[in-house]
Design a protein around this ligand. Structure first.
Ligand code: SF4
Ligand code: SF4
Length: 388
């Protein structure tokens, strides 16, 4: 693997997660409100406005996925199974300490899984419209956002004011900008940071519950990397530059993300929910001055996820990222049994190869180590072809 300098305080994702367990226990004991969340469609600002911590419950770990199979069919996406398995068997401290869960009806597997999760914890399910362009979609979604606010008020016995929401919007927009700037270091050629660092730092920073500290850390690291580029990287040759797209990759960070780089390429960006997908699109603070709920509703309805039909925004975002990040090729990571991304992959493949004239590879995988050799062979051959 190309040796790139990591920050002095760099922590592997599992370490950061373990530390966060302890922190979460302390926060819970100190009386903080904790709301478990799963998805990019979640209106985090409403949770923030309720003075609650939103903690990501997306499951990782093949062992957690296996535990879920006692109640769920085996042939389901590993993310979904690991999330449920961790909750069911008290193996996810974040779920354990969550007062309630806020989830959305995204893919079929997730929405049915949430029904079972509701047996374990108060689960507020937001009904997501199946597409953002349908008649009344925005009005429908806005009512769902209002429902979340009212449920949080009732659940915690609090009042959430418009000013609370506006403050939360401003803070979260600042956080978005700090994360986006960090991601965009990957645009530099050659990149001074690995995709493994990008995804590890961003995922680990989900466990930094003090948002001001999180923003400060990201701004500092971004400035450090830009300086490093000027001093040591500018003008040097670049390895093949890969853009990763598809399903969320947190659960396959070691077996796919790290391996792509060990096999000779640089991951410069992620067009998935582990990348800048929603960070590129801040909440409209002008609109929020008069109608903060509408501003939040509009923003989250624009998330470019394959569960939306149609989903043309994803192609636009992908095309822009391919140009901005100067990608040489695309690897689409599909989790087993994720039908929406698997079906959409045909459109993505044609767009990448025909419209953008770039090589494309798709890999289907889960959280088990069983297919590592096969993945290595396919990814290795793809990278070799890019390097020729
Ligand atoms: S891929 Fe879609 S369903 Fe999954 S976390 Fe992202 S927005 Fe949510
Ligand atoms: S990766 Fe696909 S199947 Fe899995 S939870 Fe996300 S949208 Fe659903």
């Amino acid at each position: 693997m190309r040796e790139l300098p990591l920050p002095a305080d760099f922590e592997e994702f599992p370490e950061a997660r373990k530390k966060a367990f302890i922190q979460m226990k302390e926060l819970k004991e100190s009386g903080r409100r904790i709301v478990g969340v799963f998805c990019t469609f979640t209106p985090w600002e409403i949770v923030e406005a309720a003075d609650a911590i939103a903690i990501n419950l997306c499951g990782v770990g093949d062992d957690n996925a296996k535990y879920a199979e006692k109640r769920l069919p085996q042939n389901l996406c590993p993310l979904l199974k690991a999330s449920y398995g961790g909750a069911l068997h008290d193996r996810c401290p974040f779920f354990y300490f969550s007062d309630m869960v806020l989830a959305e009806t995204t893919c079929d597997g997730k929405k049915k899984m949430y029904e079972l999760l509701g047996e374990l914890r108060h689960c507020h399910i937001m009904q997501l419209p199946p597409g953002r362009y349908g008649k009344g979609a925005l009005e429908f979604w806005e009512k769902e956002v209002i429902d979340v606010k009212e449920d949080l008020e009732q659940f915690y016995g609090i009042t959430i004011t418009d000013d609370d929401i506006r403050r939360a919007i401003h803070l979260r927009n600042r956080e978005r900008k700090a994360i986006l700037d960090f991601y965009e270091v990957g645009r530099l050629k050659p990149t001074p940071l690995t995709g493994y660092e990008i995804t590890t730092v961003v995922s680990s920073n989900d466990y930094q519950f003090d948002l001001e500290k999180k923003i400060e850390y990201l701004e500092h690291r971004t400035a450090e990397l830009k300086d490093l580029y000027e001093r040591e990287f500018k003008g040097k040759p670049s390895r093949p530059r890969i853009l990763v797209t598809g399903c969320p990759t947190t659960g396959v960070m070691e077996k796919v993300v790290k391996r792509i780089e060990e096999l000779g390429a640089d991951i410069v960006g992620f067009e998935n929910c582990c990348g800048p997908r929603e960070k590129m699109d801040p909440i409209d603070e002008e609109l929020a001055k008069t109608d903060p709920i509408r501003a939040i509703s509009e923003k989250y309805l624009r998330v470019n996820c394959s569960v939306m039909s149609p989903n043309p925004g994803r192609l636009e975002a992908l095309g822009k990222m391919l140009d901005d990040y100067q990608a040489d090729g695309v690897i689409e990571v599909l989790l087993v049994a994720c039908h929406t991304f698997a079906i959409e992959s045909d459109i993505i493949k044609r767009y990448v190869t025909e419209d953008k004239g770039l090589p494309y590879l798709s890999v289907i995988t889960d959280y088990s180590p069983a297919d590592q050799a096969q993945l290595d062979t396919r990814i290795g051959a793809f990278i070799e072809m890019l390097a020729e």
